[in-house]
Design a protein around this ligand. Structure first.
Ligand code: ZN
Length: 529
């Protein structure tokens, strides 16, 4: 009672404030209705990008398709930005605030999977697929941007919308290059979107780690492996010794670190001493200087391996991600919008399907989809961090005020980077999650457009708190090329096969319909292929 009296007094005292609040509320209602009206469009985009199934740096069809949608809707496209052929920036509007909307677009190796069935069934054996859910984020941003653009046009609101794709996020190999190129210069706030299983946003330092992705190559000498092995110098021996050295050293590193490697070149054939071998490392830690330190240890171990084997070594950086730090005022505004939008209304079919998937893989959670909104996540203390993925949105977050919107398009309790994470990503679960996420994104854009003080507070937090004692130093050098050659062979091999499975929205209402999948399918009815 007392509070409502104070509120009324405040409103009477400041009618212009009340009017402004009323206008913001009206706009939020409008964008929510607009997003609902674009649910069909969202589904078509989500399903289409799912069907392209393109790996990092080979997102050719994906980028062609998404930029065509944006161009048709009045955006100006700049293609091939930062020397990355599949990268682009789409802009519309003029003046400030400049709001950047980003989300990733690439898939996962070996994750080809028929959507909507709760068991392993690749569309094409060995092919890539959307085993993370990166097919959904840019469609979400497009729907949100179009909803807001309608209002900006109708009421002549100043502001610039800028959409950009997280190319090669799975290799942490584009955003540091975008920052270096200066594409975020003049941006007031960046709203990033990443698939999750709840509506979620955080501020401050996150549980995620940062990393450098380093390729070590060794050069030796070939010889007949049986006839004259003493005349050879094995580059593969160097790789194996480097890995052995790292695995011993690992015990004496902090619990927060995570390191992993794959041998991408182990020689040609056993009877030829391998003169060339390559191992590819990810060094993950929670802070910039600690990542640098791990990278230095890696270099010293490579040097040791080369001394032991009489080989020479070189290395190059092919990916990088700063640890993430998100903006407090913008996260709080976004969280209020999450409370307003709420989680999607899941059907019994959605819940039965999600539970069937969780049971199939004996997931730690077998209670279906989230029905309770997550809390606003606060910063995590370094001591409490225990590893975790990385995202090169970290580099953006140290360049302009940034938050990441997580939206509920996937099923809880899945392993990540796996075929099972693809299952839901072209089903009603993904589609409903994108609609809910797009509403939150659009409402937060409305906050930024109608409440200039929020943009000011975002800047104040970024300058006065986040970057007060820490400045961004990129891991990549001024001339480090983006590794745009990666995955080319794999995509050249699989794209002709994948093309047969591209979604055709002119003939089928949904991708599930095109594939002949009944939803929900709860168990295997056909014999194993
Ligand atoms: Zn991701």
């Amino acid at each position: 009672m007392r509070y409502s009296c104070i509120l009324i007094a405040l409103l009477l005292a400041s009618p212009s404030l009340a009017r402004a609040q009323g206008r913001t509320d009206d706009y939020k209602r409008d964008v929510a209705a607009s997003v609902d009206g674009m649910a069909k469009m969202a589904q078509e985009m989500v399903d289409s990008v799912f069907s392209f199934s393109e790996l990092a740096h080979q997102e050719v069809e994906t980028s062609r398709y998404l930029t065509a949608v944006l161009e048709k809707n009045g955006f100006t496209i700049r293609r091939g930005v930062a020397g990355i052929p599949t990268a682009w920036v789409a802009t519309w509007g003029s003046g400030r605030p400049v709001i950047a909307l980003g989300s990733d677009i690439d898939g996962i190796p070996q994750a080809s999977q028929k959507p909507g069935v709760p068991y392993r069934e690749p569309l094409i054996a060995g092919a890539p697929g959307h085993g993370e859910g990166h097919n959904s984020g840019v469609p979400l941003n497009i729907v949100a941007a179009l909803a807001v653009k309608r209002i900006m046009e109708r009421d002549k609101l100043p502001g610039t919308l800028m959409l950009w794709p997280g190319v090669a996020e799975e290799l942490l190999a584009s955003k540091a290059w975008f920052v270096r190129e200066g594409i975020f210069t003049g941006v007031d706030v960046c709203l990033f979107a990443h698939v999750g299983n709840n509506l979620q946003v955080s501020w401050g330092s996150t549980a995620a780690s940062g990393l450098v992705s380093i390729e070590y190559s060794f050069d030796g000498e070939t010889a007949h492996s049986a006839g004259a092995p003493w005349r050879g110098r094995s580059a593969l021996d160097a790789v194996e010794l480097m890995n052995a050295g790292w695995n011993y050293r690992r015990e004496h590193l902090r619990l927060q670190q995570r390191t992993h490697y794959v041998i991408t070149d182990g020689g040609d054939q056993p009877n030829v001493v391998p003169s060339r071998a390559t191992v590819w490392y990810f060094f993950r830690e929670t802070e910039y200087p600690r990542i640098k330190e791990m990278w230095d240890i890696g270099n010293r171990i490579a040097e040791g391996a080369s001394l032991m084997t009489g080989t020479a070594w070189t290395s190059r950086i092919i990916g990088a991600a700063w640890p993430q730090h998100f903006n407090k005022p913008v996260a709080e505004a976004m969280f209020a919008n999450m409370q307003r939008v709420g989680l999607p209304t899941w059907s019994e079919d959605d819940q039965a399907f999600a539970t069937a998937v969780q049971k199939e893989i004996a997931a730690p959670v077998q209670t279906g989809l989230e029905t309770e909104l997550a809390k606003l996540d606060e910063p995590i203390k370094d001591d409490d961090k225990r590893g975790g993925g990385s995202d090169d949105i970290g580099d953006v977050s140290w360049t302009v005020p940034t938050v990441t919107l997580r939206y509920p398009s996937n099923i809880p309790g899945l392993p990540g980077h796996n075929w099972v994470n693809a299952i839901a990503m072209a089903t009603p679960i993904a589609h409903k999650g994108v609609v809910a996420g797009a509403k939150v994104q659009a409402m937060t854009m409305i906050d930024l457009l109608t409440r200039p003080e929020l943009v000011t507070q975002a800047r104040e937090y970024f300058v006065g708190v986040q970057t007060k004692d820490q400045t961004y130093t990129p891991f990549i050098a001024a001339d480090t090329p983006a590794p745009t050659w990666l995955n080319k062979d794999v995509m050249d091999r699989f794209r002709p096969e994948l093309r047969k499975f591209y979604y055709d929205p002119s003939r089928y209402a949904t991708y599930l319909e095109q594939l002949g999948v009944a939803y929900p399918t709860l168990r295997r009815t056909e014999p194993r292929p």
